[in-house]
Design a protein around this ligand. Structure first.
Ligand code: SF4
Ligand code: SF4
Length: 364
């Protein structure tokens, strides 16, 4: 243990200085102590070698060339928000979850720097304008999560964690410290086409076959986000909107509220998160209330069946390529395919539930 911190830590920090040399077990334990719900470590070399889309590489080396490891933490979104009648509670709680997650990540970065390892927290919600004209950050947190062994991508390409399904936010902490990486999950966590509940519930018909139409999704997920703001000002410039009417419009109010509290500018639409049956939080708090999907239509059911048939032929080495499941992308979907993780998890959940409800032998 060094006699002094490499970088002085803030006054009042009572946590003992991290041991040296630092290892992955310590970092994981510390992140959980600080409040992270899930923690995994990904190798920067691996992330640099496998960007989600090589045409626009979201890689750590483009941010910090000397990065060796990315510590990925996930914070769950409390399930209560997905039981509400309106989307607003989810929008508000999303912001609280992100704030908490950033604080946890910041403390980890501080700890690592204190013993001499330059470390920084990446922005979990950002868009790099130079990459693509959609929500597309310098790093893809969902892919970071998969590389760090926290889950696999679902039909709607959210990351699905076995513990909390897609109801999580993630962030990456970039460090120059070399840490042992966690193994990727090779079993597909998503039930797949035979479930298609996310597709059935999507108000924007944005769920593709292990892919997403981000622009369509943004109309619901960022109802008062950047696109709406641009539309308002475009209307003004083109003379289609009157200034006074614009300032008194629902859109302008939504934009203002988004500036103040983030509410409305992202994560507006919780539908694909709410209905996904992966995770014990779903079994405990959502299964009953989300069982029926009111948005389900015959057309959406037919599309799910079409996806299923296409997958069967594609997996048999026939039929056209499915982009989301091609050789490059399958590593994030789960190379071994679906093997019943959700059914196993539900059986275990029910067993534990029964155990809890049974009277303890010998108890009065
Ligand atoms: S967030 Fe909403 S609009 Fe976007 S894919 Fe999910 S259900 Fe569809
Ligand atoms: S709702 Fe079903 S198909 Fe969609 S991501 Fe969840 S498990 Fe996969």
């Amino acid at each position: 243990m060094p006699a002094t911190d490499a970088v002085p830590r803030p006054r009042g920090r009572t946590h003992p200085r991290p041991p040296t040399p630092l290892d992955a077990a310590y970092v994981t334990r510390r992140a959980k102590e600080l409040g992270a719900d899930l923690v995994g470590i990904a190798s920067a070399d691996m992330l640099n070698a496998f960007p989600p889309d090589p045409r626009w590489p979201q890689t750590p080396e483009r941010i910090l060339p000397t990065c060796r490891s990315v510590i990925v933490i996930a914070q769950r979104i409390p399930a209560g928000a997905f039981r509400c009648k309106s989307n607003t509670p989810v929008q508000y709680i999303d912001m609280l979850v992100l704030r908490k997650m950033d604080k946890v990540a910041y403390r980890i970065a501080e700890d690592l720097e204190a013993v001499g390892h330059p470390t920084l927290v990446s922005a979990s919600q950002e868009t790099e304008w130079a990459y693509k004209r959609a929500s597309y950050g310098r790093l893809s947190t969902r892919h970071l999560g998969v590389e760090a062994g926290l889950g696999t991508l679902g039909l709607e390409v959210n990351i699905l964690t076995p513990e909390f399904g897609p109801r999580v936010y993630l962030t990456g902490i970039l460090s120059e410290l070399q840490l042992e990486a966690d193994a990727r999950v090779t079993e597909q966590v998503c039930i797949g086409e035979s479930c298609s509940r996310c597709l059935h519930s999507c108000p924007a018909d944005a769920v593709l076959h292990f892919g997403i139409d981000k622009r369509a999704c943004a109309t619901e997920a960022q109802a008062f986000g950047f696109g709406t703001m641009l539309g308002m000002f475009d209307g003004l410039i083109d003379g289609k909107a009157e200034v006074a009417a614009l300032f008194r419009s629902r859109e302008f109010f939504g934009f203002w509220q988004g500036l103040l509290r983030v509410v409305g500018s992202f994560g507006d639409c919780p539908r694909c998160l709410a209905v996904c049956p992966v995770g014990n939080d779903y079994h405990a708090h959502l299964a009953e209330v989300q069982k029926v999907i009111p948005e389900k239509t015959p057309a959406r059911v037919a599309l799910g069946k079409q996806y299923k048939a296409a997958r069967t032929t594609y997996d048999a080495g026939e039929g056209p390529e499915i982009a989301g499941l091609n050789d490059w992308n399958r590593r994030w979907v789960g190379v071994d395919g679906y093997q019943g993780i959700v059914a196993r998890q539900m059986q275990e959940f029910k067993r534990q539930q029964k155990e809890r409800s049974e009277p303890v032998r010998g108890a009065p």
